[in-house]
Design a protein. Structure first.
Length: 201
């Protein structure tokens, strides 16, 4: 199973359809984890205005991810299906499943219910849970140090660098240590690099 985290901000880019077409064409078992995009940005801005707590913000961001997931699945309806519970992945009939994490609501604050943890870290911890072969993170921004290949393999050191540049969240690099699969991050405009990377798995 290949896990692919699609940044929610890609909804505003024409490249998202190219990326989805490539994923479909590879014809491999794929688990798509959506970001929160504009919906999560709205949660962040409204929290400053209304002053609700981080637990509420975290749960609203899970709804944001679910909203983006529904939109992504609607773009490739014949090739994909939605999934709420990752424990039911083995029951899915289509190669591509798009996660809507609305059942991941927290009822009490914990180490993940804050803005240091976003859909990036959620994608990593969920990829561990499903024993993914790899996690590929698609971003709408350019990735430093990605070179000619167009993507970057993330170590803990690289993860820290990317969090400092606000490309990944602050919690992400702390969750890499016990990860037994490779993690890559790629600028979504480098669609040819996405094809090459997916062929490796």
């Amino acid at each position: 199973m290949i896990a692919i985290k699609i940044g929610g901000s890609l909804l505003e880019s024409k490249k998202i359809r190219e990326c989805l077409d490539i994923i479909v064409a590879q014809n491999k078992r794929t688990f798509i984890i959506p970001g929160g995009g504009v919906f999560a940005n709205l949660v962040r801005s409204e929290q400053k205005k209304i002053k609700f707590n981080n637990l509420a913000a975290h749960n609203l961001c899970l709804l944001s991810m679910s909203s983006v997931g529904c939109i992504i699945q609607s773009m490739i309806p014949k090739s994909s299906e939605l999934i709420v519970n990752v424990d039911e992945l083995h029951l899915r009939k289509k190669n591509i499943t798009v996660w809507v994490p609305k059942n991941k609501f927290e009822v009490k604050c914990n180490k993940f219910t804050n803005w240091n943890t976003t859909s990036d870290t959620i994608a990593l911890t969920t990829s561990k849970k499903i024993n993914a072969k790899t996690l590929i993170i698609l971003k709408a921004c350019e990735i430093p140090d990605s070179g000619n290949q167009g993507y970057l393999k993330i170590s803990k050191k690289k993860g820290f660098m990317l969090s400092e540049k606000k490309i990944l969240d602050k919690k992400f690099y702390t969750e890499i240590n016990d990860c037994n699969f490779p993690i890559f991050i790629i600028y979504a405009s480098k669609v040819e690099s996405l094809t090459k990377l997916l062929r490796k798995f």
